[in-house]
Write a protein that binds this ligand. Structure first.
Ligand code: BGC
Length: 777
C-alpha cells in the first residue's frame, strides 16, 4: 500500500460518533435526592482550587492506585480508589476472591451478592472508598481477549444480573463500586495509543451497543453504581473518556446515571473535550490536561463552571450516598506504601465470609466430561498428579513498589507480562498461553488478587490422601512423566493464563495437550483440570477413552484446592455451568477469535468492526448452525434433573404497548422493568445425590421483518439456581420484563416490544431445552 493512502489525520473520522452536548447535570433522581442536596451544599462551600483538586488524583502516602486529596478546611478526608473486581490488590491481610469468570460460571445470584458484601467489607476496612470494579467490559467478544476473565460472562443478561448483585453487595457495605470499562473495551491489543498508532476503535452499530455492550452497564446503573470507569479504547473513533455519545448520551441521559465517571488510568487524551463529554475525574492525575489547565479553562470561560461543579457534586454525592461522610475508615488506612517497611496491621479478612469464599470457589467449577463414574473418586489407592498448575508458585511475597507480586505474577513470566502491560522490550506480549510456575488463583494485571493464604490443589490433595492413606506420586515439571500403571486415577492440572495488557496467543497449547495425551496413553482413568482465565479448547484429547473426566476450574481464588478436592471426592456436587461457548475449532468463532490489528490505510487508526452485530457467543453458533463442543450454559452434576410442567402467563394488567412511556430513573425508563410475563417450571432431582441445578430460560423474540433487524434464535432471559434433594421437585419462576421482550429501535431510540409469537424454552443449557412454550404479544 502506498504511504499516501494511509489515513494520517483524525479528521477522517469526525462525525463517526454522534455529538451529544452539553453534559447532563446530576438531578438527584431516584434514591439520590438527599446525597445530591448534601453534595450541592458542600461543593457550594469550596473554592475553585478545592473543586479542581477533586477532579484528579494526587500523590499519597498509601499504595492506593488512585487518591483524591483531603480538603482539611472542610474536614473532607480524601478518597482512596483501589483494584479490583476480585478483592483488594497489592496489600496484606486480604482475601483472594473468585474472579469474575468464576462467578459467572456459578450462575448463583445469592452467592454473588454475598461475595460483593464480603469483598466490599475488606475494601472498607482497608479504607478504600471506591472499588475499581466490577467488570462487564470486556463483554467477551474477542474470544482470546486478555481480560475476559475479569468479567462474568459472554452474555449480557447473565453479566447484567451478576453485576447488579455485585454492586448491591459492595455498596451495601458503604463502598462505591466503579463498574468498568465503559464501553466496548474488548481487546488488549492496541488498547492504548503507541507505536505510531492511536488506540483501537470499537465500531458498533446503535442496536448492538444497546442489546449487547450497554446492557450490563444498564443493570449496574439500575443497581445504583456510584461510579463508572471510562475505557482506554475508542468507540466509533472517539476516545472512551472523550466520547459525548456514550457518556453524555447513553450513560447520563438514557440511563439517568447519577454518579461520576472516572477515567481509566491514563485514558484521558484531551482536556476541554473530556470535560464537555462528561468525564468527571482524571486518574491517576490531571496530567497535561486538567489540574491547572482545567482551572484556566474555567477562568477563561472555555468550560463553564457549572460543568466543574457537576463533576465534583457527582463525586461527593456518591460519597454521601454510601454514608462515607460518617464512620468510614481513613482513606488508605490499610494500604501502606511499602509493605516491606514497618506498618500497622489492618486485617481486613472477616471469618464470617469464609464459607462464601469456599462456596464461591466450589460453584465456579464446571464439570464437562465424566464417564465410567470416574468422579467422584472413591478412596483411591494410588493417585498420580501431573502438571504445572497443581502446586503453589514458589513465591507469594511483596517487594517494594512495582513488583511481580503486585501484578499477581507468581505463576507467570513477568517479563512477558511487562512487555504487554508496561511496554517493555525484550519479550513479546501474548506469546505464552500458560502460567508454568504454579496454579492460578486469578489472572494477572490490575485485576490480580493478593492472597494472604491460598490452598493449591496439591496442598488439599495431600491432606485428603493423608486421611485416606492414599499413596501419591507427583511430577509437576516433566512434559512426559513416567506413569505407574496401577494408579487408581491420574490427575493432570494445566492452565490457560491471561493478563491485562495482552491478548492470549490462542485457546489451547501443545505442551499441555501433549502432557494430557501422554498421561492418558498410560493411565486409563485420567482426570483433566484446567485453571482457565478464558475459553480453553479440548479437541485434542476430549474423545480419548482414557480421559474420563474434565473440569474447567476457572479462577477460584484462595480456596481453590479445598474446593477442587471437595468436588473430586464428592463432598460437593459440581453445579457450575459454562458462561461461554467452547467451540470445536478456533475458526468456529469467526472474526471474534482474535483482536483486530492496525492494518492497511488504518495502520495509524486501528479499527475493530463489530460486523457480527448482536451475534456474539452462542447467538453466533445458533445463527451460523455451528455445533459447539460444549454449549453456553452447559455443565454436569453427579446427579440428574428432569424438567416438567411449563406454565407461561401474561400479566393482563400491564401495558403491552409498543414503546415504554415511563420517566427515566437510574437504569433507563422505569417501565422497562415491568414484569409482563411470568414463566414457571418444575425441576426434579431424579438421580442419586443431592445437587444444585441452574434452570435457564431462553426467549425467541419474533422476527421483526425490518431490514437489518435479524433477531437471535434464542437469548438468555432468566436463570434460577436451586438446590434439590434426591427425589425432590422444586418450582422455578422466571419474570420477564419489558426490556427482556424488546429490541432496541434505532429509529425511535427506544426499546420496542416484540410483536407476534414469542418462543419460551427452559432447560439445563442453551442446547438442552426440553420445555417449550409460547405466548403472543
Ligand atoms: C486498568 C484498570 C485499573 C487501573 C488502576 C488500569 O490499567 O485498566 O482496570 O482499575 O489500571 O489500577
Amino acid at each position: 500500500m502506498d504511504q499516501g493512502e494511509i489515513i494520517q489525520n483524525d479528521e477522517y473520522f469526525y462525525g463517526g460518533s454522534e455529538p451529544v452536548y452539553p453534559s447532563p447535570e446530576m438531578t438527584g433522581s431516584g434514591g439520590w435526592k438527599e446525597a445530591f442536596d448534601s453534595a450541592k451544599e458542600f461543593v457550594g462551600k469550596m473554592t475553585l482550587d478545592e473543586k479542581i483538586s477533586l477532579t484528579a488524583g494526587a500523590n499519597s502516602e498509601t499504595s492506593c492506585p488512585g487518591f483524591l486529596p483531603a480538603i482539611s478546611r472542610l474536614k473532607f478526608p480524601g478518597m482512596c480508589l483501589a483494584d479490583a473486581g476480585q478483592g483488594v490488590r497489592g496489600t496484606d491481610f486480604v482475601s483472594s476472591w473468585p474472579s469474575g469468570i468464576h462467578v459467572g460460571a456459578s450462575w448463583n445470584k445469592e452467592l454473588t451478592l454475598a461475595r460483593g458484601k464480603g469483598m466490599g467489607g475488606e475494601f472498607r476496612t482497608k479504607g478504600v472508598n471506591i472499588l475499581l470494579g466490577p467488570v462487564v467490559g470486556p463483554a467477551g467478544r474477542v474470544v482470546s481477549g486478555g481480560r475476559n476473565w475479569e468479567g462474568f460472562a459472554s452474555d449480557p443478561y447473565l453479566s447484567g444480573v451478576l453485576v447488579g448483585e455485585t454492586v448491591k453487595g459492595v455498596q451495601g457495605v458503604g463502598v462505591i463500586a466503579s463498574t468498568k470499562h465503559f464501553v466496548a473495551n474488548e481487546q488488549e491489543t492496541n488498547r492504548n495509543p503507541g507505536n505510531g498508532a492511536e488506540a483501537v476503535s470499537s465500531n458498533i452499530d446503535d442496536r448492538t451497543m444497546h442489546e449487547i455492550y450497554l446492557w450490563p452497564f444498564q443493570d449496574a446503573v439500575r443497581a445504583g453504581t456510584g461510579s463508572i470507569m471510562c475505557s482506554y479504547q475508542r468507540v466509533n473513533n472517539s476516545y472512551g473518556c472523550a466520547n459525548s455519545k456514550t457518556q453524555n448520551g447513553l450513560l447520563k441521559t438514557e440511563l439517568g446515571f447519577q454518579g461520576g465517571v472516572v477515567s481509566d488510568w491514563g485514558a484521558q487524551h484531551a482536556g476541554v473535550a473530556t470535560a464537555e463529554a462528561g468525564m468527571d475525574m482524571a486518574m491517576p492525575n490531571g496530567g497535561d490536561f486538567w489540574g491547572s489547565h482545567l482551572k484556566d479553562a474555567i477562568k477563561n470561560g472555555t468550560v463553564p463552571e457549572s460543568r466543574l461543579d457537576d463533576m465534583v457534586i457527582r463525586t461527593i454525592a456518591s460519597w454521601y450516598q454510601m454514608g462515607q461522610d460518617k464512620d468510614f475508615p481513613g482513606p488508605g488506612v490499610g494500604m501502606p506504601k511499602d509493605l516491606t517497611k514497618p506498618h500497622r496491621i489492618v486485617d481486613a479478612r472477616n471469618s464470617s465470609f469464609k464459607s462464601t469464599l469456599f462456596d464461591g470457589a466450589v460453584e465456579g467449577h464446571v464439570l464437562v466430561k465424566n464417564i465410567r463414574k470416574a468422579l467422584p473418586l472413591k478412596t483411591p489407592k494410588l493417585l498420580s498428579i501431573y502438571g504445572y498448575s497443581a502446586k503453589n508458585p514458589d513465591e507469594n511475597n511483596p517487594t517494594d513498589g512495582l513488583s511481580p507480586w503486585l501484578m499477581g505474577s507468581g505463576s507467570f513470566d513477568y517479563q512477558e507480562f511487562g512487555a504487554g502491560f508496561f511496554g517493555w522490550s525484550g519479550a513479546t506480549p501474548g506469546t505464552t498461553g500458560i502460567a508454568f510456575n504454579g496454579t492460578l488463583y486469578s489472572g494477572g494485571g490490575s485485576g490480580a488478587t493478593s492472597q494472604s493464604l491460598a490452598i493449591s490443589p496439591y496442598d488439599a490433595i495431600i491432606q485428603q490422601a493423608y486421611e485416606d492413606d492414599t499413596a501419591l506420586f507427583w511430577d509437576f515439571h516433566n512434559g512426559k512423566p513416567a506413569v505407574d500403571p496401577v494408579s487408581s486415577a491420574c490427575l493432570v492440572l494445566g492452565n490457560a493464563w491471561a493478563a491485562e495488557g495482552a491478548d492470549r496467543p490462542g485457546l489451547r497449547d501443545d505442551y499441555t495437550d501433549d502432557l494430557i495425551l501422554h498421561v492418558a496413553s498410560q493411565c486409563n482413568n485420567t482426570v483433566v483440570i484446567f485453571h482457565n482465565a478464558g475459553i480453553r479448547l479440548v479437541e485434542e484429547f476430549i474423545d480419548h477413552p482414557n480421559v474420563t473426566a474434565v473440569i474447567f476450574a476457572h479462577l477460584p481464588g484462595q480456596a481453590s484446592g479445598k474446593a477442587l478436592v471437595s468436588i473430586l471426592y464428592g463432598k460437593e456436587n459440581p453445579s457450575g455451568k459454562l458462561p461461554y461457548t467452547v467451540a470445536r475449532n478456533e475458526s468456529d468463532y469467526g472474526n471474534m477469535l482474535r483482536p483486530d490489528q492496525p492494518e492497511g490505510i488504518f495502520r495509524k487508526f486501528p479499527q475493530s468492526n463489530f460486523t457480527e452485530g448482536v451475534f456474539v457467543d452462542y447467538r453466533h453458533f445458533d445463527e451460523n448452525k455451528i455445533k459447539p463442543r460444549f454449549e453456553f450454559g452447559f455443565g454436569l452434576s453427579y446427579t440428574t434433573f428432569r424438567y416438567a410442567n411449563l406454565a407461561v402467563e401474561k400479566d393482563s394488567n400491564k401495558s403491552f404497548e409498543e414503546f415504554p412511556k415511563g420517566k427515566i430513573v437510574e437504569g433507563g425508563q422505569e417501565d422497562l422493568w415491568d414484569v409482563l410475563v411470568r414463566v414457571e417450571a418444575e425441576v426434579e432431582n431424579n438421580g442419586e445425590v443431592e445437587g444444585k441445578e441452574v434452570a435457564q430460560l431462553y426467549l425467541g423474540i419474533p422476527e421483526t421483518g425490518r431490514e437489518g433487524e435479524k433477531v437471535p434464535v434464542r437469548q438468555l432471559r432468566g436463570f434460577e439456581k436451586v438446590s434439590i434433594g434426591v427425589g425432590e421437585t422444586k418450582k422455578v419462576v422466571f419474570e420477564l420484563t419489558r426490556r427482556d421482550l424488546s429490541v432496541w429501535d434505532v429509529r425511535g431510540q427506544k426499546w420496542r416490544l416484540g410483536r407476534g409469537e414469542f418462543k419460551v424454552e427452559v432447560g439445563g443449557s442453551s442446547r438442552d431445552l426440553p420445555l417449550v412454550g409460547k405466548f403472543t404479544v
